[in-house]
Design a protein around this ligand. Sequence first.
Ligand code: NAD
Length: 275
Amino acid sequence: MDKFSLAGKTAVLTGAARGLGLEFADALASAGANIAILDVGNPGDNLEKLTAKHKVTAKFYKTDVTRRGEVEAAVAAIEADFGSVDINVNAAGIVKDEPFLSTSDINLSSTFSVNFVGSFLVAQACAQAMVRKQKKANGSNGAVGATHTTNGSIVFIGSVASHVPTTVQNISVYCASKSAVRGLVKPLAMELASYGIRVNSLSPGPMKTDMYKQVAAEQPAFARQVERETLFGRVGNPDELRGVMLFLCSDASSWMTGQDLLVDGGATSWNYPAA
Ligand SMILES: NC(=O)c1ccc[n+]([C@@H]2O[C@H](COP(=O)([O-])OP(=O)(O)OC[C@H]3O[C@@H](n4cnc5c(N)ncnc54)[C@H](O)[C@@H]3O)[C@@H](O)[C@H]2O)c1
């Protein structure tokens, strides 16, 4: 059996209208997963592209992940439309460059709302759906016993910034919000193991998304420094995270739960040169 196959599975991805989330959606669709995207922004023709390229079903549910009511309604609609939830990837996130000494309340509350509370609410709703799936399948209370590791996979997106701060940005609130996200991984892994649900996080280093390209064009000194911070002198390409995401979401990682995978081009392997 191909342990990387996601044929017939339903993956719920937040923040996948664009950027890394969209790359993750494409990676999972390439392995056969049907895709449900929760985002405040519209994915435009990206859904049609996913469907045409991978012959899977892809649907968009306009959802603000910070609002419990919207999240629960979206997950209920996904269960009705797709039949189950098998995978959840939480990529919706925001970041604001603001020095600690003058950080605004709005930055503090909005960053934690989207990055931490949003990830929490969506993971909770998806885990409840995964438990419902088990209840339907075996008529029990949803618990499947600790030997079963393949009922569901939840992946949070952390950041290298929650391991070590870069010298080029003042993003203490973002770093702390991503540490809080990573703080969910072990307790959730423990609580959900008996339902056959695995919980891990992926912490990427700086990646060349459209947003990065725009910032790099406007601030070349910023880009030069970020590139110097990895061991390869460049930032990562989004497609360099496809393999690790597929691994985390599929049965290929059936023995892995409660862990953070730091994929950063070696940025945290040395004392990188300061700006
Ligand atoms: N790009 C990088 O270099 C990098 C590095 C490490 C971690 N990350 C993390 O990866 C994730 C994706 O980053 P990206 O660079 O693709 O960002 P991005 O800004 O391109 O995409 C983020 C998506 O989240 C959505 N979003 C924002 N607020 C939302 C809300 N309240 N409800 C629903 N959706 C919302 C946006 O509409 C957008 O589609 C983020 O969590 C980010 O912190 C990015």
